[in-house]
Design a protein around this ligand. Sequence first.
Ligand code: GLP
Length: 240
Amino acid sequence: MNITNLGTRDYASFYVACELYKQITQHPHSKLGLATGGTMIEVYRFLVELLSRNNIDVSGIETFNLDEYVGLVDNHEESYHYYMNENLFKRYPHFNASLIHLPNGNAERLDEEAQRYEALINQQGPVDIQILGIGENGHIGFNEPGTDINSRTHIVDLTYSTIKANSRYFEDEAEVPKQAISMGLSTIMQAKKIILLAFGEKKSIAIEKLLQTKLDSQFPASILHTHPNVEVYVDDASAQ
Ligand code: GLP
């Protein structure tokens, strides 16, 4: 695992956008694992700029999102469907809709939806690059502390730490969904390359723990130490 402090959020976001851009232009049928959250907003902004400026054909690019809340309608402003549309797919409207995949947090039978999504990734994957943020408690995707390292796409009960951290995006804490559907740790580990980003002081403890923890299911991101191709980019604040 390589950890690099790129100084600012802008530098790091631009760097990662360039990595995605290179993957897309050099391999027009790439499969990308996408993430949401505040961390990724600038990455998508720079990626859209690069794609637009160079008029890049993305019709062969297939995307798989990590996770989605359970029970939010797709056009709810905090759903990850809405986030992806607003931050990427509407801004660069040349992706092939049939190659954009997110788990459906509104499925009637959630366990079946988890199985369907996992099967799809296994059939179409592995992804070439998976981008990841990190929760303050070390979660990746929505894999909370204690998640089995062999987990596949599954339904997750969110911890209070995550509900509290994510309440900053909702009007109040009570509105944050209590469950999510997320790729499992083992699903994420199938990616050929993983890039994790963390910004801001609030992530500094998680980054410190990531450096110190070898493999501990109570700190899910530590599983990344066992992947052969992981790059971590941080800013000054999270590197403290
Ligand atoms: C959220 C998401 C993760 C995200 C992480 C950090 O709960 N499920 O995919 O990486 O927590 O979010 P943020 O970037 O908003 O801090």
